[in-house]
Each structure stands twice: as structure tokens, then as C-alpha cells.
Design a protein around this ligand. Structure first.
Ligand code: SF4
Length: 385
């Protein structure tokens, strides 16, 4: 296996993306770009909760009670910041209100345990990172820049780690002192994410970067989910796994996309992925859904519906028809013959084929979505079918 140490990194790899290099190289490359579909509500929620943790961690000199008391205000402030950042992107839907979709009475079940855990950490004080750039905060890629080895003082919270050798750069949620070395902690805001392979790879990658940047030996990693932490060993197999993934990542630019995996449904660059489109259209022809929420084709008719919306009758490339309900009347320019595409809708009704779900019979709007290639007035359109 070739060492990646002699590889020239154009853009530092963030440990949170490395997992995708093994799933689909094009998705991995796309995640380092800024031409992505809007984030899902789950992704937005994760960003907010990480910001809450960082803000609470900056107040560790306060009492435990004060920290828990501050939790709601910190959450509300982080949610407002996120909403403001998202509104700076052209695909933001003005009607999508984070206050409605992420209320405090739901977030508290995650935020208060987070505050309790932080209250048990007394040393050292966390470092404050520079505020993210506007573009970076809204999901756009960081520009290219050279990196040199760096590890913030340890132990710590929100620890910046950069490893020039491996081309990795990121912020570790927490590094604790263990009996046999450092413990790298990766926080996830859902149990599903905490139990997933991506979280493990992310934690391993931080550990690898920390060691190779000269930060010292890591004994194991810890995934911290809503129900508490669990340990994963950071052994030679884990190190080998990360080195192999880094090799794959280095070749991702020259590697074909890999459609057909479950990854396509949530892929942030699927709207521009030719392989995905070709594969999806073949699946449509066979009557099976790929991503139930995506559709494109030519408009046959546009019918005013109730509550100030259109229903669009669409002929898909496979010849089948689909209805997209809830297209806002405020979106002019949609006429018969127009080609439209939309991503991130919700199936309204789903046919069943031999008892299994098949292609949706209709789709309707969902909180966040987008369609591209439309007249300018449709630049932020989000439905179809
Ligand atoms: S849509 Fe599928 S094939 Fe295309 S980049 Fe994304 S994961 Fe890869």
C-alpha cells in the first residue's frame, strides 16, 4: 500500500467526509464543493446542536446549574444564527421556519444532557474558534489552503487538528485523557448516526490525524450519542482502514460514480450526477423507486389547486406520468412543455407492486428542496413528481 504522505492535497479533507470516499467517490468529491442541494432538516439540526455544545463549552467556568439554565437561550441563539446563515443561500425557502420545525421542547431532550455532561468537565477551558465564514457556515466549501501540522493543547473541547502528512483538517468534539493515551470523542445528535459506520470512520480519522500531527498516542475513541457514550478500539486495523480510505480519497477525482447504493437518496450532489439520473430513469422504467423524493420531466399541464398552489402533470423520461402538488402560484414561468426537475419532495401516494412499494404516484412539497435548470423565477422551487 502506497503511503499518502507524498500526495499533494488541493483541499484538506475533513474527517466527516472520508467515509463517503468508500461509498461513492463522486459524492465524496462533491461534499468538498459548494454546489450542493439544500441540507436536510436532520443536517440543520445537527449543525445547531454542535453549535450549542460549542457555545456551552465556552461557559465551563459557570456553575452546573448556570450552565443548564443557559441551555435554552444558547439553543435559541444558535437556531437563529443558523436560520440567518441559511437565508443567505439562494435555495433557502422563506417559509421554512426553524422555530417551527426545531422547537425547544424537542431539542431540550438532547441539549440538557449535553449541558449536564459539559458541567462535569472542569479542565481545561475550551478554546474559541474563529467564527466560520459566511460561505462556510452556510455549507459552501472552504477555499484551498496549505496546512501544517497542528493540534490544540490537550485535553480539550473543540480541538483543532490539522495533519499535513495526511491532508486532514478538522475540529474534534472532545479529547480526553485516558489511562493509556488520548480518548477521541465524536458527538452525534441521533442514536442512528451514533451507531453508523460513518461516525466510527470519522472518529478514527480524527484519531489518526491527531497522532500523525504529533499530538500523542490515542488509545481508543468514543461515540457520544443521545443515550450516552460507547467505546470503539483504535487499533492497528482501524489505522489501516483509514490509510486505505485516504488512498481511495486521493483517487476519487478520477473514479466513476457508484449509483445503486442507498447513499444516492440522500446525496447532496445527486441533482448534478449523470450516473444517478441514468440509473434512476432505468429504475423508473422497471417500476421501482430509487429516491422517492426526486422527479424530473416535461410539464403536460398546470392546474390551479387549492390554497394558492398549482398541481403539475409531468411526463417523466421513462414515459410514466407524475403529479406534483403544492407548487406555489407565486412561481411564474411554469407552462406546458417546460422541463422541470425537483429534488427532495415527499411521495403523496405510492403504488405497490407485488406487495412492495413501487414508484410514487404523486409527490408534494417538503420543507427543504430544490429544482435546478428552471427559469430564474423558479430558482428556489422545490417540488415535483
Ligand atoms: S447520486 Fe449516487 S452515484 Fe451520484 S454522486 Fe451521489 S452517491 Fe454517487
Amino acid at each position: 500500500m502506497a503511503s499518502p504522505s507524498n500526495l499533494t492535497m488541493v483541499r484538506p479533507i475533513h474527517p466527516s467526509t472520508l467515509y463517503w470516499a468508500a461509498v461513492c467517490p463522486r459524492r465524496f468529491v462533491g461534499m468538498h464543493g459548494d454546489n450542493q442541494l439544500p441540507p436536510t432538516l436532520a443536517a440543520v439540526r445537527g449543525r445547531i446542536l454542535h453549535a450549542v455544545r460549542e457555545d456551552l463549552a465556552a461557559q465551563l467556568d459557570r456553575s452546573s446549574k448556570a450552565l443548564r439554565t443557559a441551555a435554552e437561550a444558547v439553543f435559541l441563539a444558535a437556531r437563529t444564527r443558523e436560520q440567518n446563515r441559511l437565508e443567505q443561500r439562494s435555495w433557502w425557502m422563506e417559509w421554512f421556519d426553524l422555530g417551527e420545525h426545531l422547537p425547544w421542547n424537542e431539542a431540550r431532550s438532547v441539549v440538557l444532557p449535553m449541558a449536564n455532561r459539559l458541567a462535569g468537565i472542569t479542565s481545561p477551558a475550551p478554546r474559541r474558534r474563529a467564527a466560520p465564514t459566511q460561505a462556510g457556515a452556510a455549507g459552501a466549501a472552504e477555499p484551498d489552503f496549505p496546512i501544517s501540522n497542528h493540534v490544540d493543547p490537550l485535553p480539550g473541547i473543540e480541538v483543532l487538528v490539522a495533519c499535513a502528512d495526511l491532508g486532514l483538517r478538522g475540529v474534534v468534539d472532545e479529547v480526553r485523557q485516558g489511562a493509556d493515551g488520548w480518548i477521541v470523542v465524536e458527538m452525534k445528535t441521533t442514536e442512528r448516526a451514533a451507531g453508523g459506520e460513518a461516525a466510527k470512520i470519522q472518529a478514527y480519522t480524527y484519531a489518526m490525524a491527531l497522532e500523525r500531527a504529533g499530538g500523542g498516542s490515542v488509545s481508543h475513541c468514543e461515540i457520544l450519542g443521545p443515550r450516552g457514550p460507547f467505546e470503539i478500539p483504535f487499533d492497528e486495523d482501524a489505522r489501516r482502514c483509514i490509510m486505505e480510505l485516504l488512498e481511495v480519497a486521493q483517487q476519487a477525482d478520477e473514479t466513476e460514480a457508484s449509483p445503486g447504493t442507498s447513499a444516492c437518496g440522500g446525496c447532496p450532489v445527486r441533482d448534478s450526477c449523470t450516473a444517478y439520473r441514468d440509473w434512476t430513469e432505468r429504475q423508473w422504467a422497471e417500476g421501482w423507486p430509487v429516491a422517492e423524493s426526486d422527479v424530473w420531466g416535461d410539464v403536460d399541464s398546470v392546474v390551479p389547486a387549492e390554497d394558492e398552489t398549482f398541481t403539475v402533470d409531468l411526463a417523466k423520461p421513462d414515459g410514466a406520468r407524475a403529479l406534483v402538488r403544492g407548487v406555489p402560484l407565486t412561481r411564474p414561468g411554469l407552462d406546458a412543455g417546460a422541463a422541470i426537475e425537483a429534488f427532495g419532495l415527499r411521495p403523496t401516494g405510492t403504488q405497490r407492486l407485488h406487495g412492495a412499494p413501487a414508484a410514487p404516484t404523486a409527490l408534494h412539497e417538503r420543507p427543504v428542496g430544490v429544482a435546478r435548470g428552471l427559469p430564474p423565477a423558479w430558482g428556489a422551487f422545490w417540488q415535483l413528481r
